[in-house]
Design a binder for this molecule. Sequence first.
Ligand code: CAA
Length: 256
Amino acid sequence: PHSYQYIRASTRLERVRLVELHRPAVLNALSPAVLLEICHALQAADSNPEIRCIILAGSPELKVFAAGADIKYMLTLSSEDVLNQKGMHLGTWDKIYRTLKPMVAAVQGLALGGGCELAMCCDIILATKKTRFGQPEIKLGIIPGGGGTQRFTQIMGKSRAMELVLTGDMFGAVEANNRGLVAKLYDDYEDLMKGALYLAYRISGMSPIAIANTKRSVNESFELGLTSGLKTEQAFLIQGLLNSRLGEGDDEEEDE
Ligand code: CAA
């Protein structure tokens, strides 16, 4: 694949695209340039029919997922830039979230601010037992800007989310796992990456259409009311049955 300045993209196990953040000097701080590269890599994976699942991870050398949006970059923006949203690329978060193929975040070390938000843009978060998460923006006098107030609250529950975003406190992987932010914990980075690859490998063996429709239906549960979410689910179910052999002769006859 393409070569990038701040990330690395490679193909694993034939159908899995691994995207690693690689900006070691600043703990993978997410400047717009980094986010645009991530977005580019995800869109490239989406348009490559051979790729079925994506893993987003920190890099092996660093053992950190990401320490948040790039604070030094943010300080270079003038008030006029901010007012006109110039140089901020806020829409990039949504583009990342709207990746069509399933995304597994493999999170180690720290996932703070934009780093935690980037993980939450993915579909499944895996982490090491020592990973620490947090939305520390309040300590800088600002608020999370990559979907944190919304997604974090949906996942953590209002009371704990409010406590964490209002204090900026970090919290550990065990709590993240218990609250459903993280699907599974691993002893160390090597185990985490093996686990992420195995999960991505299993997902990549499923029907790509069923995977895409399932992802969209699950994500709609966070965006729409129950009634319209259920309608989407049913529409995709019917479409899937019509397109697959399940809807044809043999199975129906067996049922009768
Ligand atoms: N942006 C820019 N640079 C960062 C950074 C960030 N978010 N986080 C770390 N760095 C840089 C440091 O400035 C330092 O660079 P120099 O060597 O040039 O000084 C380098 O990375 C290493 O960092 P530390 O020396 O601080 O490493 P540490 O191990 O002592 O501390 C840390 C690690 C606790 C993560 C600390 O770096 C830290 O608190 N970082 C900021 C975390 C934060 O506030 N994140 C939220 C950002 S705002 C945001 O994300 C908005 C949004 O929602 C979109």
